[in-house]
Structures are given as C-alpha cells and as structure tokens.
Design a protein around this ligand. Structure first.
Ligand code: ARG
Length: 267
C-alpha cells in the first residue's frame, strides 16, 4: 500500500478526500490501473465515444456495438477517430436508431447488448475510421477465451471509483478472463454471472474498467487469424477494481447471433 501511495503522491495533491478514502478501501487506483493508449502502436480507429459517457465499437459501416444499458445516451454526440475525445478532428457520426437485445432487462442484468444504427454508412477510406472483427458463436467453445486468457479493455471512463479525474485520451488495461465458477462464488458475484457475461479481472483488485467505459470493447489482441477480435462489451461491476469484484462484460460469442440478425434485417 505504501508503495502505491508514493506512486500516487502527485495525483493526491488534486484528489478529493473521497478519492483518498477510495484508495484505502480498494487496492490500487487508477480505466482503473491502466495506461494511456499510444495511438502509434495500438489502433483505436474502431472505438467510438458517446459524449453522454459510454464507449462503443464500429463493427460494420453503419453499425456501432455497445451496451444496452447505455441506451439513454444514444442521442448524445457520437464521435470516432483517434484517442483524444476533445480533438477537433474527430469524426461526428449521426445516429439513426438503437436496437436493444430483446432479453435485456435492466442494469447489471444479462444480455447487455445493443447496436446503434447510423444514418449514413461510414466512409472508412475518407475518415480513417475502421471496424473490428467480433467473436463468432464458437469462440468460447473453441477455447479462445478460456479462464486466464489476457484480454484488453479500452475506454475514456473513470480512473477510479470516485469518478475523478476523467481522461481526455483513451486508456487501456489488460485483464485475465475469470471462470464463471470463481466469479459466481459468494465473495464475488454470488451466482449472478450467466453465459451472456464474461467476468475478467483480478481477485486482488486494482485493475479494471469503470464508469464511463461501458459499451466499450474487450479485445483479444492476438485473435485466431493474427489480428484483434472483440470478444466482450463493458457492462457492469460492483464498484471498480475492488477485491473479488471482477469487471463483467457482455459475451459476444453468445450475442453474435442476435447482432448478425439485426444487421441482416436492416441492410
Ligand atoms: N456500468 C458502467 C458504465 O456504465 C461500467 C462498469 C464497469 N465496471 C467495472 N467494475 N468493470 O460505464
């Protein structure tokens, strides 16, 4: 703990009392515990931001994949392109409508999948935006997201549970997949994790996604074909980066059938 306090000393100068308490209650602070993405090294051109406070990913020329629980902010300005959400060069995307998974009920529930349909298709060449491949229905069965597999989550969300400060530039953190058995244990989520969810994170806490990262992508950097594949969507968690309270992500391998159906039916 002392080591973390030392590392954080410069941050604590501007931190609130509330934040100091969070540091004591949880493990280490700051996505939480992650790093700023270097856009020269990591492609973030498929990641979009709803200014109401959610992320999303481009999976087709007029399709954004995000979380159903973000639906109240689908009408807030949506932009893509680069790591800095305040950069004037950002590409504005116009939303036509949202499609919510029929099994989704409310926050922290299962099937937290949504698609946002754009008014006009993205011109990838002209905008520099790109799309990401998503997991297929066999992804889990084929062992690509077995417990222990390292995945990367990206977002402009809070760097600690108290929600301050929020970054301008996109951040990432690497988190291992956790078995549903472990995540369903009493000290973790006590049976709330179902097949539509992927739990990922550390029993000791410290590294996690957080408020504002919702809807953003959880990615297997080195997919089966050698390029990144999105396997999850930031969905929920009890606090952020708390001990045994893993981050919970919507499981794309389970939602993909619905995703493809919506895209097919709305060409
Ligand atoms: N529901 C949150 C949001 O709307 C994301 C929570 C993720 N929490 C976590 N501990 N990984 O931004």
């Amino acid at each position: 703990m002392r080591r973390f306090i030392a590392l954080l000393a410069p941050l604590l100068i501007t931190a609130s009392i509330a934040q100091a308490n969070i540091l004591n209650d949880t493990v280490k602070p700051m996505i939480v515990g992650g790093k700023e993405v270097d856009p020269d090294v990591t492609d973030v051109s498929y990641i979009v931001h709803f200014s109401g406070g959610c992320g999303g990913s481009i999976i087709g020329d007029k399709w954004i994949l995000t979380a159903a629980h973000c639906s109240s902010i689908f009408r807030t300005p949506l932009t893509g392109g680069g790591s800095d959400i305040y950069a004037p060069s950002r590409v504005k995307l116009k939303v036509k409508r949202g499609h919510i998974h029929p099994d989704y009920k409310d926050r922290a529930s299962s099937s937290d999948y949504a698609l946002v349909e754009l008014e006009t298709p993205i011109d990838f060449a002209a905008t520099g935006l790109s799309k990401i491949e998503i997991a297929d229905a066999n992804f889990e069965k084929d062992g690509f997201i077995d417990p222990g597999t390292m995945l990367t989550v990206y977002g402009w969300g809070a760097m600690n549970e108290s929600g301050f400060p929020n970054p301008d530039r996109i951040r990432y953190v690497d988190v291992p997949v956790v078995s549903r058995e472990v995540a369903n244990s009493r000290q973790a989520y006590n049976g709330k994790i179902d097949a539509t969810m992927i739990p990922a994170g550390y029993a000791e806490g410290g590294l996690d996604s957080c408020q504002g990262d919702s809807g953003g992508p959880l990615v297997l950097k080195d997919g089966p074909h050698g390029y990144p594949v999105q396997v999850g969507i930031v969905s929920w968690g009890h606090g952020c980066a708390r001990k045994n309270k893993y981050g919970v992500y919507s499981n794309i391998a389970v939602g993909v059938e619905w995703i493809q159906k919506v895209m097919r039916e709305n060409p």
